[in-house]
Design a protein around this ligand. Structure first.
Ligand SMILES: [Zn+2]
Length: 393
């Protein structure tokens, strides 16, 4: 048994307790009980005294591509051999866990399914890494011209076929490419590149498989079409309109939006490049759309995403926290929920992860300070990371 003593809790991320400092008892990878500080514990327990530092649930990143090492991988696909790609994916997974991401969602793998193999190695206990849920390769139309990355399909039959094949090959959910890209110079981010019958077919097959569809979508028409066709998570959601948000609310849909500010900000940092110029021209539109969804549609969950390659991620691993605070001026409470419980709800795993509660996985980060009062505590990597009761560092 592991006992985490003298933990300071964040009330809205800790369920079933009415005290602010307590001891967390962990057995078989799960939280067995949470008692007030100073409770008795078995003599043979492994005791870790947090001495009043804050215990948060493990962080969750819903928009990662583990194969993605440098920006050019996205443009040209990754032609590295499968072993190299899989090792790179493993390095990224290891880094994410070390920084406190105990669960991640891979939203677009290569054809060789590097993320899936990394996931299997982690689940078998042979290596440490985050809990992973993976889409496999992205299904798209041939419009993206990314055949080294995407699976092309055409028409509702083609999409049904491709979705079934992805599930048969181990995908946990389905990722579609639903609009042009902001990064590919040949692409127009506003263009929808799928048709409604194709998206609907994908959503229906995913539902039959007790799963869901996530979609890359920037432009307003593409986003609206995807929402109405039944897509569950809109990735980036850059130019989502008030009409689409109202449609989600009026119809009580559980559509969620996964913001990816790290990737957006990085492109803005290169004002001389073609992408930087394009992003600069669109950023006010993007920011006002994301802010409207945040301020005026509180029932729509906003998830945590980053969407950058490993090399860039390593330069400032917690940058997403700073950007949500500084660029979008979100509240500390909302930002902390987005990185934990709200992202857990979005992937239907809030019975296991996302908050500190008896019965949930013992996935935690420990930070020195109170992130509710001062979010800058989260701008550096946590002091300690624990996954499934194992102290990672
Ligand atoms: Zn992405």
């Amino acid at each position: 048994m592991l006992v985490l003593k003298n933990c300071k809790f964040v009330p809205f991320l800790t369920e079933g307790v009415d005290f602010e400092t307590g001891d967390v008892f962990v057995e078989n990878g799960r939280i067995e009980k949470i008692l007030p500080a100073g409770s008795e514990y078995p003599a043979d327990a492994n005791v870790f005294n947090l001495a009043g530092k804050t215990l948060l649930p493990g962080l969750i990143d819903l928009h990662v591509h583990l194969f993605y090492e440098v920006m050019s991988d996205i443009f040209v696909g990754n032609s590295a051999p499968q072993p190299t790609t899989t090792l790179n994916a493993f390095r990224y997974a290891e880094e994410l866990l070390n920084d406190g991401y105990t669960t991640i969602r891979d939203v677009g793998d290569l054809h060789c399914r590097a993320a899936l193999y990394v996931k299997k190695m982690i689940e078998s206990g042979k290596v440490d890494g985050p809990r992973i849920t993976t889409s496999g390769p992205i299904i798209s139309s041939n419009w993206t011209n990314l055949d080294s990355l995407d699976i092309y399909a055409c028409g509702s039959d083609g999409f049904r076929d491709a979705v079934r094949k992805n599930f048969a090959n181990g995908s946990d959910f389905i990722k579609l490419y639903g609009s042009g890209s902001l990064l590919l110079p040949s692409n127009e981010p506003g263009y929808p590149i799928l048709e409604s019958d194709e998206i609907e077919a994908a959503c229906l097959v995913a539902k039959r498989n007790s799963s869901y569809v996530s979609v890359h979508a920037h432009g307003p028409t593409a986003i609206d079409m995807c929402v109405k066709a039944g897509v569950h998570t809109i990735e980036h959601a850059s130019m989502i309109t008030e009409d689409t948000l109202k449609y989600i609310d009026d119809n009580n849909l559980d559509t969620a939006l996964v913001y990816t500010m790290f990737a957006i900000d990085e492109v803005l940092e290169e004002p001389e490049s073609y992408n930087g110029q394009r992003m600069n021209a669109l950023i006010d539109w993007i920011k006002s759309s994301l802010l409207n969804a945040y301020h005026n549609h509180k029932n729509i969950l906003i998830g945590w995403g980053t969407d950058v390659g490993l090399n860039l991620y390593k330069t400032d691993p917690m940058r997403e926290f700073r950007l949500r605070k500084e660029m979008l001026e979100m509240s500390n409470e909302d930002i902390l929920k987005q990185a934990t419980i709200n992202s857990a709800k979005i992937i239907y795993q809030d019975d296991k992860i996302g908050s500190i509660k008896e019965g949930k996985f013992a996935d935690f980060v420990v930070v020195d300070g109170d992130p509710v009062e001062d979010l800058s505590v989260m701008y550096r990597i946590p002091e300690h990371v624990i996954k499934g009761g194992k102290i990672i560092r």
